[in-house]
Design a protein around this ligand. Structure first.
Ligand code: UD1
Length: 420
């Protein structure tokens, strides 16, 4: 196990290229299982979740090779249909193989993911959507056991109580590419990663329209083929680095960051006093003033992303005034709150929101990472804190950020990885 040691107080300065999107790369890699062919996927971030997806594909019989940020997948030998608990428990997103396996083999046996630190995370919408395509699905012995030799297009409303589901939209959309006839997903998730998966599938020969809107139409085709594809930049990595600049009173250019993927987040940054300059090839972020308070409520895209909630909370701990941050997607996504309090934040949780009274500074201490974005929040807090911060259990952060300490160090941060 490793931990980060951070000496706070250094402003981040310089230019950094945003890595490819984890949440696009995972379903796109899984979707290569839809046909027997070769694929070259570029701009894949090399992080723990991607390596877990590599193992899932290999267990299913595909061969996968990784060279810097380029992943080659050959699915010609991929005859397996079982994603075992041992892998799925390491990464929930393993369930992205469900739709592709069902569509290609008419059979999928995928372990149920089990508990999660940020909330209950049901998968009822995935199952409901696939059942509407005439798949026969049961839950037995901890597995999703699915049959579907003759998937048929259907009209499906896919929203749950907290809004659309990214995962369910992607699973149903990928399965529908090979179903007979037309599938219409109403209440589809509009996240850029869903659009990226649809664009990838279209490059493989699928017929998908409406991605990026609430209504996606998929006209089933008989067969798909391999292709070369480049993953979009990771808006959450970009946002986290932007917050690094803001919290450390620095100035960073985020090469490749896209305004259209980050609008609600950038507007909140502007509201708290950060200067944002949108340029042709990226976004510059500069902070040299006092941080102002604001209120935030997470929402499905294009609303404020739940995946930026913990990191923005870290910034608001230092704002002038009181802020309220409400979490509307994942009810338990507050694991960072008590750790930030240990660093001197005046913060308290009330059901689905936190109240933050800004303090002039945070203090370094030992804190525990508990999930991916909560860990990023603690690293951000450490960058601004006075003294030394030790962030333990950083395997969580390695799930979603490629070489984060090296990238932050290049921007001037004092952060090192050490064995615990
Ligand atoms: C994806 C992202 C995750 C992000 C989340 C919301 C990946 C690998 N992960 O997760 O980083 O935080 O989108 O933007 O891309 N729900 C149901 N039933 C279901 C599925 C979901 O009720 O069958 C609920 C969830 O509990 C949650 C909401 O729908 O309240 C949205 O979840 P969803 O969009 O499905 O999240 P994921 O796809 O798991």
């Amino acid at each position: 196990m490793y931990k980060f040691i951070i000496e706070g107080g250094k402003s981040l300065k310089g230019k950094v290229k945003v890595k490819g999107s984890k949440n696009s790369a995972l379903p796109i890699l899984a979707a290569t299982l839809l046909c027997e062919d070769e694929f070259v996927i570029d701009n894949v971030p090399i992080l723990r979740d991607i390596l877990t997806m590599q193992k899932v594909l290999e267990v299913l019989g595909a061969s996968v090779s990784i060279e810097s940020n380029r992943v080659k997948v050959d699915t010609r030998g991929a005859v397996g249909y079982e994603a075992p608990y041992e892998l799925v428990r390491q990464m929930r997103a393993s369930y992205y193989v469900l739709g592709p396996l069902l569509a290609r083999h008419g059979r999928a046996l995928v372990s149920l993911p089990g508990g999660c630190a940020i909330g209950t995370r049901p998968i009822n919408l995935h199952i409901l959507g696939l059942k509407r395509l005439k798949a026969d699905i049961s839950i037995t012995h901890g597995y999703i056991d699915a049959y579907g030799n003759k998937l048929r297009g259907s009209c499906i409303f896919l929203e749950g109580p907290n809004g659309p589901s990214v995962g369910a939209t992607v699973n149903v959309m990928t399965a529908a590419t090979l179903a007979k006839g037309l599938t219409i997903i109403e209440g589809a998730a509009m996240e850029p990663e869903v659009t990226d998966v649809a664009n990838f599938l279209n490059k493989c020969g699928a017929k998908i329209k409406g991605q990026g809107t609430r209504r996606i139409e998929i006209r089933g085709v008989k067969k798909l083929h391999g292709c070369e594809y480049e993953i979009i930049p990771d808006r959450i990595e970009a946002g986290t680095l932007a917050l690094g600049a803001a919290i450390s009173r620095g100035e960073v250019f985020l090469e490749g960051a896209r305004q259209d993927h980050l609008q609600s987040f950038l507007d909140k940054l502007r509201e708290v006093g950060v200067d944002i300059f949108v340029e042709k090839d990226g976004i510059a972020v500069k902070m040299d003033k006092d941080i102002l308070s604001t209120d935030i409520e997470t929402a499905p895209f294009p609303g404020f992303p739940t995946d930026m909630q913990a990191q923005f909370t870290a910034l608001l701990c230092l704002a002038n005034g009181v802020s309220i941050v409400r979490e509307k997607i994942f009810e338990e996504r507050f694991m960072h709150v008590m750790e930030l309090a240990r660093m001197g934040a005046d913060i308290r949780r009330e059901s689905d929101y936190v109240v933050i009274k800004g303090v002039p500074c945070l203090y370094g201490t030992t804190v525990m990472a508990s999930d991916l974005r909560a860990s990023a929040a603690l690293v951000l807090a450490g960058l601004s804190a006075s003294g030394t911060t030790e962030v333990r259990r950083i395997y969580h952060i390695d799930r979603g950020y490629e070489n984060i300490e090296e990238r932050l160090r290049k921007l001037g941060a004092q952060i090192w990885r050490q064995e615990e």
